[in-house]
Ligand binder design. Structure first.
Ligand code: T4K
Length: 419
């Protein structure tokens, strides 16, 4: 049990876990089935270029997402790039795509990589999702598309965004990287807007080592994406358009299928963990769980909390250090808003009076806690107890952490300020 600061590993106590509990531990499924599939691929001597495992994976993802087409890819970033490229040649360099301020860099980079400009807009202060009012406010003459993000598997306000896109003649895409197996009300994520993109990165709810997919009901768009991922080669073997190499290989498809086999169990486990966290964290001052809207189904792959320093008595980063010392590898998803990255500030935020306050606050406060099949409800009791002890001694933890930073030469800014 962790009662006083001296019990905390950061200050010399024994760590709460000997083996780490972490965010992003891959959901691998049944290893035997994976090797069976790998052996099949090796026996077939067909390792890439739309092999049988790849086809099976596409079929199953399309079915799960309730769409006609799944175009699987080597990762989601390439998927986003292919969608932005699909705006060209209609679009010209310097044309714009609206993106939320709170997302992974890939969302904005995919736009910029193709020579278009990401136009950042603020998010809802509670859900962190792109705010349709802010989207409308950011629509100018050069905007060509809206790229929403289903953050932590929560659906964007798809109906309003569809209306906005339609009334302004814009394409509407969704970065659904974290949202496989989630719904908007009872409709699976995958079929909204012109197209959506899933990620199957190792850290996602379904893992294919690296992987992604464009999903859509638009036959022509799917056809263009299929060619685009394979050097622009059409069905007859002739190059018909610009393309790249975005294919998902058979080893990745084997992992993806095996991870997909386990999806229902994974989500059920995650959901029980989410409920356990909600009750175990209840009443800790300044620590608020992000509650998913019960009208939609979430895959519960992310257990998000915000840490309000004024109420908790310690900053999110202090809690993060403290948890890590206990072998609880939480993650600050996300701690840098898009307009704080690289040169996106000068390119976008500077033109908006008041900036993007909701995204800023969330980036200061967000923390993803470990969940997934490797984390049990008993673990969650322990993790929550550490959080409770840290907050109970918030000011002391902050002061002692500052002292530690002074003596160890740690260059953390909070430590330096505390000295
Ligand atoms: N759009 C959005 C909204 C996204 O979140 C992402 C990716 C994308 C687009 C692009 O999708 P991809 O092109 O990647 O398909 C990770 C992932 O690399 C990234 O895919 C993901 N989002 C992002 C949210 O997380 P990092 O830099 O946080 O990864 P890293 O190495 O710090 O690992 C995170 C945690 O996972 C750690 O606790 C360690 C654990 N982990 C990681 C790997 C790779 C494992 O336990 N095993 C592993 O194999 O980016």
């Amino acid at each position: 049990t962790k009662r006083g600061t001296e019990d905390l590993a950061l200050f010399g106590g024994p760590p709460a876990f000997l083996r780490n509990r972490r965010v992003g531990r891959p959901n691998q499924g049944d290893r035997e089935r994976f090797w069976e599939r790998m052996n099949r691929a090796l026996d077939n001597e067909w390792l890439s270029n739309m092999g049988p495992l790849h086809d099976e994976f596409e079929e199953r993802v399309a079915q799960l997402a309730g769409v006609r087409h799944c175009v699987s890819l080597c990762n989601a970033t390439v998927g986003l790039q292919l969608l932005v490229a699909d705006l060209v040649p209609g679009a010209e360099p310097g044309d714009e795509v609206i993106v939320p301020a709170l997302t992974f860099p890939a969302t904005a980079h995919a736009v910029r990589w193709l020579g278009l400009r990401p136009v950042v807009c603020d998010v809802d202060p509670v859900t962190g999702l792109i705010d349709p009012d802010q989207v409308e406010a950011r629509i100018g003459p050069r905007v060509r598309a809206i790229l929403g993000v289903h953050l932590w598997g929560q659906p964007c306000d798809v109906r309003r965004l569809e209306k906005i896109a339609e009334s302004h003649g814009l394409r509407l895409y969704f970065d659904a990287a974290p949202a496989l197996g989630c719904t908007h009300e009872s409709t699976p994520i995958g079929g909204f807007g012109d197209a959506e993109v899933f990620s199957f990165h190792a850290t996602k709810v379904v893992n294919s080592f690296e992987g992604g997919a464009i999903v859509t009901d638009d036959d022509a768009l799917a056809e263009r994406a299929r060619k685009a991922r394979n050097f622009g080669i059409g069905a007859g073997g002739r190059v018909e358009q610009l393309g790249t190499n975005g294919k998902l290989n058979e080893a990745c498809a084997a992992m993806g299928l095996t991870s997909l086999d386990a999806l229902a169990d994974t989500v059920a486990h995650n959901r029980a963990n989410y409920e356990a966290y909600l009750s175990a964290l209840d009443g800790i001052p300044g620590v608020r769980a992000v509650r998913y809207d019960p009208r939609h189904r979430n895959n519960h792959h992310y257990m998000m909390v915000t840490v309000d320093e004024r109420a908790a008595g310690l900053h999110r980063d202090a809690l993060l250090d403290l948890l890590r010392a206990e072998n609880i590898l939480a993650q600050p998803y996300f701690s840098q808003a898009i307009h704080r990255m690289w040169q996106y500030g000068e390119e976008s935020a500077a033109s908006v009076p008041g900036g993007f306050p909701h995204a800023e606050t969330l980036c200061e406060q967000l923390l993803a806690l470990p969940t997934g099949p490797g984390v049990s409800t008993a673990d969650i009791e322990v993790i929550s107890e550490v959080v409770r002890a840290a907050v109970a001694h918030g000011p002391e933890v902050t002061a002692r952490r500052a002292g530690l930073a002074g003596t160890t030469g740690d260059a953390h800014p909070a430590g330096a300020a505390g000295e």
